[in-house]
Write a protein that binds this ligand. Structure first.
Ligand code: SAH
Length: 270
């Protein structure tokens, strides 16, 4: 079946046309028949048509209603294939769970990739793994190690929750229309056992955000709003360092010390 579909910029549509890249993605995902596989933004089914052969009960979630209609026709002969029409950012992925860990796949629109990752982290305990095509620069930031230019808030917050594995570099020519930037496929696997646990994840997130707001300054300077709670931290973390020099574990330690100080102050006031 063929349709003429004009790629829509507002839906971030860059369709994959490179069969070699498509087959590399499918091999990396390696879907099994009984898995809870969900593709976000299937588009014209470039990846989907291969995935569905390996996992006939898979689901897709597509925002563009014209494409939803197209997919309905294309896969009319696949009775177990599930099509959902909707916005991934507003979707409660918990509803897909039904006792089976989610495996998510998507060549994501670049404008929604970071908010979508954070949206998905809310249900990370239900997710087995995720394979996403993202801007190369975003993949570099996701996997960055301390002390590098790419290391920042995104690296710390994603690595706190997931193991990050950059897999396949993808050039602009692999898409129609070709995007202006390089892309890459990354695998994210939420930790089954957390390497380190923040007592208060919201506080961790605030401290990391605050720290990287001024990445050239020392931590002591960046964390001025928390000055009265840094006492215990000074013995353990060198606050004369820059935020980009701290590992994920360092940030968790710092946030837990600040958390303890806030809590003990509250106790005194009571
Ligand atoms: N997977 C296809 C299409 C990639 S283009 C391929 O590789 O060729 C990105 C796709 O995501 C488009 O189909 C677009 O309509 C869809 N999309 C964009 N925003 C979305 C959102 N918020 N939720 C779900 N799908 C979305």
């Amino acid at each position: 079946m063929t349709i003429k579909h004009q790629a829509r910029k507002r839906f971030g549509q860059n369709f994959l046309v490179d069969q070699q890249i498509i087959s590399q993605i499918v091999s990396a995902v390696n879907p099994q028949p009984d898995e809870n596989l969900i593709e976000i933004g299937p588009g014209m089914a470039a990846i989907t048509e291969h995935l569905v052969k390996l996992c006939p009960t898979m689901s897709v979630l597509e925002l563009d209603r014209d494409l939803v209609e197209f997919l309905g026709e294309k896969f009319a002969h696949c009775p177990d294939f599930n099509i959902h029409s909707g916005d991934a950012l507003k979707t409660d992925f918990g509803e897909f769970y039904q006792g089976r860990e989610l495996r998510l796949v998507g060549n994501l629109p670049y404008n929604i990739s970071t908010p979508l990752l954070f949206h998905l982290l809310n249900v990370r305990h239900l997710i087995k793994d995720m394979h996403f095509m993202l801007q190369r620069e975003v993949v570099d930031r996701l996997g960055a190690t301390p002390g590098t230019k790419a290391y920042g808030r995104l690296s710390v917050m994603i690595q706190y929750h997931c193991r990050v594995m950059p897999l396949i570099p993808v050039p602009p020519e692999s898409f129609r229309p070709a995007p202006k930037v390089q892309s890459a496929v990354v695998r994210l696997k939420p930790h089954k056992t957390m390497p380190c646990t923040a007592f208060d994840e919201k506080l961790l997130s605030k401290i990391v955000a605050q720290s990287f707001q001024m990445r050239r300054k020392t931590l002591r300077n960046c964390l001025k709003p928390y000055a009265e709670h840094l006492g215990a931290a000074t013995d353990i973390i060198d606050l004369g360092r820059r935020p980009e020099q701290l590992s994920v574990t360092d940030f968790v330690t710092l946030s837990n010390l600040i958390h303890n100080s806030i809590k003990s102050n509250e106790t005194v006031i009571r």
